[in-house]
Design a protein around this ligand. Structure first.
Ligand SMILES: [Fe+2]
Ligand SMILES: [Fe+2]
Length: 225
């Protein structure tokens, strides 16, 4: 099960015993100090991997005071589909804003501040990488339910899952460049940054173009691109 760390927001993956109960899964914490238990009290969204398949789940505290949660796996009906579409756009907007801030940093830094640039970009990158990892993890879970409700989206979802992996590899490369020692190669940094941003922008655009109409119940179109 992956939760969002209550303090840092970073993904935290923990092996847990789940007990199926009707359409839900029950998870019991050994005590109310368990990290994942505290995470879910703060943010009740979890990604549950069952037999290698990720599922988005909403955690509801167990009644009776026992430390644990009932995990309700996401099911995409019309209302939920619209909510997912809205949420997706909000998250993409936030991620685009962080990217724009990083680009402004890269473009606007005067020569005297160049030595600080690495630290500031690294800060942006760490925040952005964590937010994006969480976003993609949750999407991978939601895609399972979206595919069940809209089987016609299977080819687009397959491509999007693959892109989640290639985007995370590109981010790792950028991170390595920023973490490196010695003089920062501004041109190389700029190239790498633009490569990551271009890949991400294409990913966001493809995701929005292919998922939003179906999630909103509008006329479905064949996957583009
Ligand atoms: Fe995505
Ligand atoms: Fe997305």
């Amino acid at each position: 099960m992956t939760t969002a760390d209550a303090e840092t927001g970073r993904p935290r993956t923990t092996r847990v015993d789940c007990r199926p109960s009707g359409s839900r899964y029950l998870v019991f914490a050994p005590d109310d100090d368990s990290a994942w238990y505290r995470d879910l009290l703060v943010s009740p969204q979890a990604t549950l991997e069952i037999d290698g398949v990720p599922h988005a789940a909403r955690a509801v505290p167990l009644e009776g005071g026992e430390p644990g949660f009932a995990l309700h796996l996401l099911e995409v009906d019309a209302a939920r589909g619209r909510a997912i579409a809205d949420q997706l756009l909000v998250h993409h907007g936030e991620l685009r804003k962080t990217l724009a801030a990083a680009r402004a940093e890269l473009d606007g830094a005067p020569a005297a501040r160049r030595t600080e640039l690495r630290g500031e970009l690294l800060g942006h990158c760490v925040t952005f990488c964590n937010d994006l990892r969480m976003h993609h993890l949750r999407e991978d879970g939601a895609f399972t339910a979206i595919e069940k409700a809209h089987p016609g989206l299977a080819p687009a979802l397959k491509r999007l899952r693959q892109e989640h992996e290639s985007v995370s590899r590109a981010l790792c490369d950028l991170d390595r460049l920023l973490q490196g020692k010695g003089e920062i190669d501004r041109a190389a940094l700029r190239d790498e940054f633009e490569r990551v941003v271009k890949g991400l922008e294409e990913h966001f655009a493809y995701e929005e173009a292919n998922l939003l109409p179906a999630l909103r119940g509008e006329d479905q179109v064949a996957p583009s691109g």
